[in-house]
Design a protein around this ligand. Sequence first.
Ligand code: ADP
Length: 170
Amino acid sequence: MAYTITLFRGDITTLKVDAIVNAANRTLLGGGGVDGAIHRAAGPELLEACRLLKGCETGEAKLTPGFRLAASYVIHTVGPVWHGGKNREKELLEQCYMNSLELAVKHRLSSIAFPNISTGVYGFPKALAAEIAIAAVKDFLDRQKAKIQPTFVLFDKENETLYSTLLKKK
Ligand code: ADP
């Protein structure tokens, strides 16, 4: 295995990695939660860069510079809103992780940090989201020659417990 999954409990905006992933909304024009924190830490240039992207579909990902962040880039992805699970939510969440990693490969990045996409205001069940996130990242990186080090950023205790339990099991 050419990669090691790292767990980090804390604020994603503090990480010095090649790219941090933003759980954005389809406008890409900023929001609350992790999106708000990333925009505040990156500075107003990030919003200007996002405007040029003209939004992003659910499950897709787009890249900007990191501006004032320690991270060089921000990969903006739009997680699905949880509507009970019958609206392709699982597949779309998986796509967020896969498409973010695809962009990391395309830009030859060697480290990437993910927040727990969709598990805040978008209401995705945390345990299911954790399983999907870990499986998607492993599946992608197991098939990938380029070496990319992934970090899962756990902002709350519940996610920290879920991820550490799931990663111990496997
Ligand atoms: P979504 O709309 O995709 O649900 P949220 O930002 O509401 O996005 O929540 C996604 C996850 O990001 C949640 O688990 C939330 O606790 C977490 N989060 C919020 N702020 C930060 C931060 N500064 N760093 C890392 N994770 C964060």
